[in-house]
Design a protein around this ligand. Structure first.
Ligand SMILES: [Zn+2]
Ligand SMILES: [Zn+2]
Length: 259
């Protein structure tokens, strides 16, 4: 694995290490194509900013710091600068406009909430039996895929559904089908592997294999050490084999500045 487009920085307040350390670790681990995708800076209409995002006040620093490093290491590694962003129907147009205006080169989808996060949203991983909530998650992810703005879907299997398996299958299949139709890959997420989280959720990848949706990998690095992650590569490859996944390798970037 010589690519990774899922990297965070200290600016989201829950990742550690300096961006330069991440770059050095990536180079040392054989990564040649690297993307920074920290959590998208965003304020709700009442001015509230989520605590897990890059503060809007630091957007300029995020880009200027990474741009300097990109130049410094340009002979060793190709670096792109973007964000991991949600799809919230009410705010999406503005979010996308801002992402482009900030200078983001690409986006990955990380649908961490339904209900548009705030004030009445719910974390995707909380766990629910409500079919309507599962459907809302699926609808957001499918809309995001159809928007053409996202290079890939990070941890598409982050949503925890505790109802009937047949319902989960039926709904999640819609994400896989959209992924295939619009050629937007689904990410096997290495943070989930490293921390033995709920995801990668095998049932989801079984469906992905049946549909034949494109699959890619992402380190989801929140620490320097995980800027490359050979151990998780092996585990992800086992999933690819087990469910006959259509692993495409490095995702083709959907460059925002060319839209
Ligand atoms: Zn994070
Ligand atoms: Zn995420």
């Amino acid at each position: 694995m010589n690519y990774n487009y899922h990297t965070h920085t200290f600016r989201c307040r829950h990742a550690s290490g300096t961006p330069e350390e991440y770059i050095q670790r990536a180079i040392q681990g054989g990564i040649r194509y690297m993307g920074f995708s920290d959590h998208f800076p965003f304020a709700f209409p009442d001015g509230r900013e989520s605590g897990y995002r890059v503060p809007i006040a630091e957007v300029k620093d995020y880009f200027s710091e990474l741009n300097v490093l990109r130049e410094k290491y340009r002979d060793q590694i190709d670096i792109k600068i973007g964000f991991e962003m949600e799809y919230y129907p009410t705010y999406f147009d503005d979010m996308l406009k801002n992402a482009v205006a900030y200078g983001a080169e690409y986006l990955i989808l990380g649908q961490h909430f339904i209900g548009e996060e705030y004030p009445n949203g719910m974390p995707s991983g909380r766990g629910t039996k409500e079919i309507a909530q599962l459907q809302e998650y699926v609808s957001c992810v499918v809309s995001a895929i159809q928007s053409g703005a996202f290079t890939y879907v990070a941890h598409p299997d982050i949503f925890v559904f505790q109802g009937e398996q047949a319902v989960y299958d039926r709904e999640m299949r819609k994400i896989c089908q959209a992924s295939k139709e619009y050629n937007v890959p689904l990410e096997i997420n290495f943070l989930g592997i490293r921390e033995t989280r709920f995801y990668p959720h095998e049932e989801f990848w079984r469906i992905t294999g049946e549909v034949g949706a494109p699959v890619t990998f992402g380190c989801d690095a929140h620490t320097v050490q995980s800027a490359c992650d050979p151990e998780s590569v092996e585990k992800a490859k086992q999933l690819v084999q087990k469910y006959h996944l259509n692993y495409i390798g490095m995702p083709q970037l959907r460059l925002l500045q060319e839209r």
